[in-house]
Design a protein around this ligand. Structure first.
Ligand SMILES: Cc1cc2nc3c(=O)[nH]c(=O)nc-3n(C[C@H](O)[C@H](O)[C@H](O)COP(=O)(O)O)c2cc1C
Ligand SMILES: C=C(O[C@@H]1CC(C(=O)O)=C[C@@H](OP(=O)(O)O)[C@H]1O)C(=O)O
Length: 402
């Protein structure tokens, strides 16, 4: 029994892996378990990669990189073959780091050895765990540089989901303690138009100036800020996920996927933390039925999930990003070689990266939903998947006395 549960939780039809250091030569991604005959647009992936690099408040690194993906396995003539898909993204910054980061380099530049761990980053505990005297061997992999590959893989998942008419959008709803918008009630197609018109991914472009002011104030105060992100998903059939075993609950898988993003510290669904303040009769979503639409809901307080399953309403997910940990004026720390109190290393850093993180959150939701769907339905080919998914969605199950 325990073995079965472990397998359900850990072995998935679609698996993905990334490799690559922030200042190494490239990022590598492998995605296995995709159906054969899925059209993949590399231009669409590159479009998302370019958007991820945007956002007021990012540091100097984004001026160096021009992220584009190469697909080196698993695809021929624009279609997946069913074999593992391999993706590569070059790090342009590597040319400045080759002597330090090359696989055979001996790190001659002593000033790039990191001995002053940053509070809020992986430096200290990673150094202890992996027995590294140079904390660069930790921060290079902990860096959110890997989110570029996650966005590429997320877009592969998005292209799969689009074949089933499922669409997701991540956007920014707050910055540095300033709420910029409430849950927008619009559909994804209306929201996408607004969110993609500005490089801050704001559903209300009227808030651009407010956003800039908050970031400018943080920069002037020599500090960093976090913010609020929402992800909305439309088009999911009811019944993805399961209440049978806790390991199968989709709410848990989605929350786990989102908090894996570096610096994401809270996740909630629907009305989220405010549900705790509502009366029970208000907080649930009344069930309706019409001959043309079938079952529906009059509200969506619960964000489209009941019993760990999708209920056919849009998924509404909220995530909070903490302020960027690297501080221009390094925080109090201890030098690991001398044990003396000092200031943490000041690596080049972003003042904020909430717009980029909103796209990463979108990608993690898309990956998690693609994994769930590929686990649940027959998927050797795209046609198999479309047929079994549609069959499940339209299946008549309730017994009426008419
Ligand atoms: C898109 C993005 C960009 C980030 N940029 C930076 C940065 O420039 N400097 C930094 O110290 N942390 C940055 N972070 C956050 C760190 O990677 C993260 O705080 C660190 O890996 C520790 O993980 P934790 O905060 O989840 O504990 C960024 C995160 C994301 C998602
Ligand atoms: C490289 C990216 O983000 C990086 C994430 C990051 C961190 O510590 O997480 C630190 C910074 O790296 P660098 O010191 O090279 O400027 C960010 O730029 C990226 O988003 O592509």
């Amino acid at each position: 029994m325990l073995e079965t549960l472990k397998k359900e939780d850990e072995v998935r039809q679609m698996e993905y892996l990334t490799a690559g250091e922030s200042h190494g030569p490239m990022l590598t991604g492998i995605v296995s378990g995709l159906p054969a005959n899925l059209p993949i647009s590399i231009a669409a992936i590159n479009h998302q990669l370019a958007i991820r690099q945007n956002g007021y408040g990012r540091g100097g690194r984004m001026k160096i990189e021009h992220d584009t993906v190469s697909i080196t396995a698993g695809m021929r003539a624009g279609l997946t073959t069913g074999s593992p898909l391999a993706l590569l993204i070059q790090n342009r910054d590597y040319r400045h780091w080759e002597e330090i980061m090359g696989a055979t380099a001996t790190n001659p530049k002593q000033e790039k050895v990191v001995t002053r761990p940053r509070p809020g980053h992986a430096d200290l505990v990673g150094g202890k765990k992996y027995d590294q005297a140079d904390l660069r061997n930790i921060l290079e992999r902990a860096s959110a540089r890997s989110t570029a590959m996650i966005v590429a893989i997320g877009n592969v998942a998005a292209q799969l989901l689009a074949q089933l008419n499922i669409h997701a959008l991540g956007f920014v709803t707050g910055i540095g303690g300033h709420q910029l918008t409430d849950w927008p009630a619009e559909s994804i197609s209306d929201l996408t138009e607004k969110v993609e018109q500005n490089d801050l991914r704001l559903p209300d472009p009227g808030q651009l100036t407010a956003y800039h002011t908050v970031v400018d104030a943080a920069r002037a105060a020599h500090t960093t800020i976090g913010g609020q992100i929402d992800v909305r998903v439309e088009g999911l059939v009811p019944g993805l996920g399961s209440m049978q075993n806790w390991a199968q609950r989709l709410d848990g898988k989605l929350a786990g996927a989102l908090v894996r993003i570096p610096a994401i510290k809270a996740v909630s669904f629907g009305d989220g933390v405010t549900l705790g303040e509502m009366s029970g009769a208000i907080a649930q979503d009344d069930i309706t039925w019409t001959p043309t639409q079938g079952y529906g809901r009059s509200t969506n307080h619960l964000g489209g999930l009941e019993g760990g399953m999708t209920n056919g309403q849009p998924l509404l997910i909220h995530a909070t990003m903490k302020p960027i940990p690297t501080q221009p004026r390094g925080l109090p720390t201890i030098d690991i070689h001398t044990h003396t109190p000092t200031q943490a290393v000041n690596e080049r850093a972003d003042v904020t990266a909430v717009p980029a993180a909103s796209l990463v959150a979108q990608a993690m939701v898309q990956i998690t939903l693609a994994q769930e769907i590929l686990d649940e339905f027959s998927s050797a080919t795209l046609a198999d998947l479309q047929a079994s998914y549609q069959d499940f969605g339209t299946r008549q199950w309730d017994r009426r006395n008419s």
